[in-house]
Design a protein around this ligand. Structure first.
Ligand SMILES: [Zn+2]
Length: 284
């Protein structure tokens, strides 16, 4: 029942799609759903070892090619870059760059997403949760613009010069269940690692995340049967792979979790907190 349907994912950096909701995208792509991805930046602020830059003139071009490789594995039909510069983590010098994504007004980004929604006409729009998954400023920025765009795109009185009004049916936020994060924090402490400096760039504060608001898990998508596609897509992002810095136990925990399911909160239209949908289209 999902043929001819369309999903638009709106994210910030090359790799967000694979390390995040990639399993869900691959699952629906296999069912014939048309999937497009908007990516706000080309991940210019990511750390890249020199060996990965051979044959590329910049970090941006390397990471763009990694994203196109991942899109192929996941079955994403089109990737649209907004062309902003990666802002880096909060407080980093990249924040000050004039082209940094966070320095573009939300209203401007909203217009770009509205125009894309009106042209592509997706049934479903996917983006980050309000804390951007792990407080990355670019994730929060695109989440705010996407939420505003979802609300504005069907309104004939807003962005009148950007195409005919079109209202997608549902907006979902990809969420990380806090119970899982709290488990990871416990494991890290047990093995003597600092949960406030997690990940390759040590920029993920899991302790802060564990204490954040727990967004309701309205829909759980089990994508086990396409987990190999998510793994292949993740493998495209060789310049960003971080597993070598993590303990084997944590690798296994992350793999177990990642190979199983994605969790989404239905942001619009509003549903009761204890609502449980059967799939993004409530298709069962
Ligand atoms: Zn990102």
């Amino acid at each position: 029942m999902t043929g001819h349907k369309k999903i638009l994912a709106v994210l910030a950096h090359p790799d967000d799609e694979s390390f995040g909701m990639g399993g869900t995208l691959a699952l629906y792509a296999q069912q014939g759903v048309g999937i497009h991805l908007i990516c706000a930046t080309r991940g210019e602020a990511g750390e890249v070892d020199p060996e990965f830059l051979e044959g590329f003139d910049s970090i941006a071009s390397r990471r763009e090619s990694e994203l196109l490789c991942a899109a192929e594995h996941l079955g994403i039909k089109k990737v649209h870059f907004l062309g902003y510069r990666d802002s880096g983590m909060a407080g980093s010098p990249d924040n000050q760059h004039p082209d940094a994504f966070i320095n573009a007004p939300v209203e401007t980004i909203t217009g770009l997403v509205v125009a894309y929604i009106r042209e592509f006409k997706p049934d479903i729009v996917l983006t980050f949760d309000p804390v951007g998954g792990y407080h990355h400023p670019d994730h929060i920025h695109i989440q705010q613009a996407t939420t505003a765009a979802f609300e504005a795109s069907g309104d004939p009185d807003q962005f009148q010069d950007l195409g005919s009004p079109f209202q997608p049916a549902k907006l979902y936020y990809h969420v990380f269940p806090r119970g899982f994060i709290r488990t990871v924090v416990k494991v890290l402490k047990l093995i003597g690692q600092d949960p406030t400096k997690f990940g390759r760039n040590q920029d993920i504060d899991l302790e802060r995340l564990a204490g954040d608001e727990d967004y309701p898990p309205h829909v759980r998508i089990n994508y086990r049967k396409v987990s190999h596609l998510k793994a292949q897509a993740s493998g495209c992002h060789a310049s960003q792979l971080s597993f070598s810095t993590q303990s084997p136990l944590l690798q296994r925990l992350t793999r177990w979790f990642n190979a199983t399911k994605d969790t989404f909160m239905q942001a619009a239209p509003a549903v009761p907190e204890n609502y449980r949908g059967k799939g993004l289209f409530n298709e069962g």
